[in-house]
Ligand binder design. Structure first.
Ligand SMILES: Cc1ncc(COP(=O)(O)O)c(C=O)c1O
Length: 375
């Protein structure tokens, strides 16, 4: 079924096409100058010391675990209301995910009070996820991390250019991880970026990105080095120049794209805020946000009522989604046996509505009217 109004639409034009063509014609298509340029531009945009381009964000999260020294049987506190990759990365190093609840139905980020209550002698890190581009309570989380000597990894997949007290999300903890999957604010098909202000963590991540080799093909092709040693058990986690070239164009468009999304969000809020049966999370959020998604939550809802509404919207040609099915309820995570009251309610009663910069305002009104009519 193809929807009249999709959940997301790419912000692509002839600039991305030209950028890809330029790389193809340059005959250097793997990790090379475009990746370096993308990294410098990304780091500058965030005001971060370092950015490392990667094949996707899942492996950025894995690398973050490795460089932060997280090992088997360590405990890592994380949200359950996130994409499963946030938690899988903890499992890749054999560590134990300890799920914390969301703050409230209005603020779907991880709850610092619940984080602190779950700390044990085995806790080594906290992973936060800036849901929808809205910041976690980083002052409280950094305070806890300092008190218990924990690393903080930011899953900032939803949050390029989003801010917390004037700082860019993804640059506040030890390591920040971004995704450029096709439906993200910056789309390259697949792609990711690891960001850090720490030189040592960066050098370690860079080494592990490419098999633990002391030099890369591009450097050897340019005659900068002729030999290499392998000094660590690394991976092939590299991005390629074709995707990096798309990413560079996408970065140029990002600010304007996010400003248009903010307008879409304002229209949704003004249309839906007087609907008695709905909660609009982050409704009063005032800092700059990437507005990656637009979630709504049914009041006094159930999964059945939510699914009926989604079905009615689908019949009207409107694609919706659920961000997210809670991770602690997935089969492979049930062994950790968590009950998270607020996350359970949210995951049953939340719907994400179409959100992208070119979504016309009359379509926002159409969607809002359909919701009003169905509730
Ligand atoms: C919150 C979150 N974390 C991690 C990921 C994984 O990113 P990727 O698809 O680039 O591996 C995604 C993207 O889908 C995400 O939304």
């Amino acid at each position: 079924m193809s929807f009249k109004i999709p959940l997301f639409d790419l912000n692509f034009d002839e600039k991305e096409e030209a950028a890809v063509l330029e790389v193809l014609r340059s005959k250097w298509i793997s990790t090379g100058p475009k990746c370096s340029q993308f990294e410098s531009k990304f780091a500058a945009m965030l005001g971060a010391n370092h950015a490392l381009s990667l094949a996707n964000c899942t492996i950025a999260l894995h690398l973050a675990m490795v460089i932060c020294g997280i090992e088997a049987e360590d405990e890592v506190i994380c949200p359950s209301l996130t994409f499963v990759a946030t938690v899988n990365a903890i499992r890749y190093v054999g560590a134990i995910p300890v799920f914390a609840d969301v703050r409230s139905l209005e603020d779907l980020t991880i709850d610092p009070v619940d984080i602190e209550s779950k700390i044990t002698a085995k806790t080594k890190a906290i992973v936060v996820m800036h849901y929808g581009g809205f910041a976690c309570d980083m002052d409280a989380i950094l305070g806890i991390a300092q008190k218990y000597n924990l690393k903080v990894i930011e899953d900032a997949c939803h949050a390029p250019l989003s801010e917390y007290h004037g700082k860019k999300l993804g640059t506040i903890g030890d390591v920040g991880c971004f995704s450029f999957f096709s439906n993200k604010n910056i789309s390259t098909g697949e792609g990711g970026m690891l960001v850090t202000n720490n030189n040592e963590l960066f050098e370690r991540a860079k080494l592990l990105r490419s098999h633990g080799m002391t030099s890369m093909s591009y450097e050897r092709a340019k005659g900068h080095s002729t030999e290499y040693d392998v000094v660590a058990l690394g991976y092939n986690y590299r991005m390629d120049d074709i995707r990096a070239a798309i990413g560079i164009v996408q970065l140029d468009k990002l600010k304007a794209d996010l400003e248009k999304r903010a307008i879409v969000r304002e229209h949704y809020i003004s249309n839906l805020s007087n609907c008695k049966n709905l909660i609009i999370p982050f409704q009063d959020y005032r800092e700059f946000s990437s507005n990656y998604i637009f979630p709504i939550i049914l009041k006094n809802g159930t999964k059945e009522k939510r699914d009926i509404l989604r079905h009615q919207l689908a019949n009207a040609g409107i694609q919706t989604s659920v961000h997210y099915p809670a991770v602690h309820r997935f089969n492979i995570y049930q062994q950790f046996n968590y009950s998270l009251q607020k996350t359970d309610y949210v995951t049953n009663c939340l719907i994400t509505l179409p959100m992208y910069s070119s979504l016309p305002i009359d379509k926002v009104e159409f969607i809002s009217n359909e919701i009003f009519g169905s509730l």
